[in-house]
Design a protein around this ligand. Structure first.
Ligand code: FUL
Length: 454
């Protein structure tokens, strides 16, 4: 009997061991990407001057002529908003390159801006370095200008332009592959060699994360409102059989991820501060308010995704005052919300039971059983709790609840589903000395990496 138990015991242990081993985990580049949390997206190019969203690729290069382009202003605004990086449309669907690419004749070089001597990417990547921001590029696979688009040679062109971007502008944190894909100037659609492009990026910029409907670094969240729609967001996804663009996974699957997905493919939420992606003067009074941006932040970053917020520079090449004002106020909201972490310097207590037996084993925020108890040392007033799972060991929590200690016992203040990279919970202000976090359901032994209280 004893041996039978050992046998089963070992069998169970081994299974658990293998399951733990097999659970998808982020790469070091993805872990760093998770910490980047929130960054700006800049849509800028001929559309800014022609008042379009999707240029046809036949716009004369002469339209591109910003009068007062100032990448330092972009970076200052990003910093004040609390963003940690900037991704720019190096090339949108119209094929116009914001750098003087050798593989196109539709670039800043052919424009009157700086007498054809300018390079927006050089200016922005240098400014990002000066301001301590990460830098990333959007390079549209769809190209409505390039004469070779729709032929196998275009894959060489795309690989060459990608190489220019990946070798000339320092370290990139993200490469953005848009799913939109239509016909080129010759009416043909392209069959892309994405496998080749992925290998190239992995070789030239191993720390960059590639965004697309199916990654391989991070996934589109399935809507352009910047939202994780429910309280479930798994960082895992199965992509076998799916493609970028029209053949992508269903949008609700992209939004929630898949608990048993085979790949670590976390969600990135994209949204514009205005109705359009490019600047249009008639949208100057349609800029999202700081409160709207904060709500988006809580439903994206607060639900374990990253947020890429588009802020389109205007025809001067500057961020419009309405947008920068909203961003500065939004940044203040973020800073104010997370200014004083009451959990700093406290000890967490491991909550050992599933039920109501209140036995606690004190330890620093380390591996846990079912949850943690946090003693703030004295009664404190707070309205926000941030939880982070130890995602370097995978994502496991399916459901959890938060309670505070009152004179009458424990009182539940929040209950939700997944945690993942981070979960921000806001609730009506409470005053208490003790907080209890109970994991109600999880795939494997859950581990929290951090608890913050504000
Ligand atoms: C879409 C594009 O077609 C839009 O123009 C924009 O770039 C957005 C971020 O992605 O698929």
């Amino acid at each position: 009997m004893r041996y039978l138990f050992l046998l089963f015991g070992c069998f169970f242990c081994q299974n658990t061991f293998f399951a733990q081993q097999n659970s998808p985990r982020p790469t070091p580049a993805q872990l760093t990407w998770h910490d980047t949390e929130f960054y700006l997206f800049l849509h800028f190019g001929p559309n800014t001057f022609t008042n379009k969203e999707w240029g046809h690729g036949d716009e004369p290069e002469s339209v591109f002529n910003p009068t007062d382009l100032d990448t330092d202003q972009w970076c200052r605004t990003a910093k004040q908003a609390g963003a940690r990086g900037i991704v720019i449309t190096a090339k949108h669907h119209d094929g116009f390159c914001l750098w003087p690419s050798k593989f196109s004749t539709h670039t800043v070089r052919e424009s009157p801006w700086k007498n054809g001597q300018g390079d927006v990417l050089r200016e922005l990547s240098d400014a990002c370095k000066r301001h301590g921001l990460k830098f990333g590029v959007y390079l549209s696979p769809w190209d409505r200008n390039h004469p070779q688009y729709g032929t196998p040679e275009y894959n060489d062109v795309y690989a060459s332009t990608l190489t220019e971007l990946l070798t000339n502008y320092g370290e990139l944190f993200e490469i953005w592959w848009d799913g939109a894909n239509g016909e080129g100037p010759n009416g043909k659609k392209q069959v892309y060699d994405f496998h080749r492009f992925e290998k190239l990026a992995a070789k030239l910029q191993p720390n960059a994360v590639i965004f697309s409907d199916i990654g391989p670094g991070c996934r589109w969240a399935g809507n352009e409102q910047g939202l994780i729609l429910t309280e479930t967001n798994w960082c895992m996804l199965d992509t076998a059989g799916f493609q970028r663009g029209a053949g992508g996974p269903p949008v609700d699957v992209l939004n929630a991820g898949q608990e048993n997905g085979a790949l670590w493919l976390p969600a990135e939420c994209d949204v514009s501060i205005r109705p359009g992606w490019f600047y249009h003067a008639e949208e100057d009074d349609k800029v999202k308010t700081p409160d709207q941006l904060w709500d988006i932040y809580l439903r994206s970053v607060g639900r374990g995704a990253n947020l890429i917020l588009n802020v389109p520079p205007d025809r001067r090449g500057r961020i419009h005052p309405n947008d920068s004002l909203a961003l500065v106020r939004f940044g203040e909201k973020i800073r104010y919300a997370f200014i004083d972490n009451l959990a700093l310097g406290t000890h967490a207590a491991r909550y050992l039971t599933d039920g109501d037996r209140e036995t606690f084993e004190v330890l620093d925020f380390g591996p846990s059983g079912k949850g943690y108890e946090l003693d703030l040392g004295t009664k404190r007033t707070f309205s926000t709790i941030v939880l982070r799972e130890a995602i370097h060991e995978g994502q496991h929590v399916r459901a959890f609840k938060l309670e505070v200690r009152t004179d009458k016992g424990w009182r539940e203040i929040a209950r939700s589903n997944t945690i993942g990279a981070r979960r921000i919970l806001t609730f009506p202000t409470v005053t208490s000395q003790k907080i209890r976090i109970t994991v109600l359901d999880s795939r494997q032994a859950p581990k929290l990496a951090e608890v913050e209280v504000y």
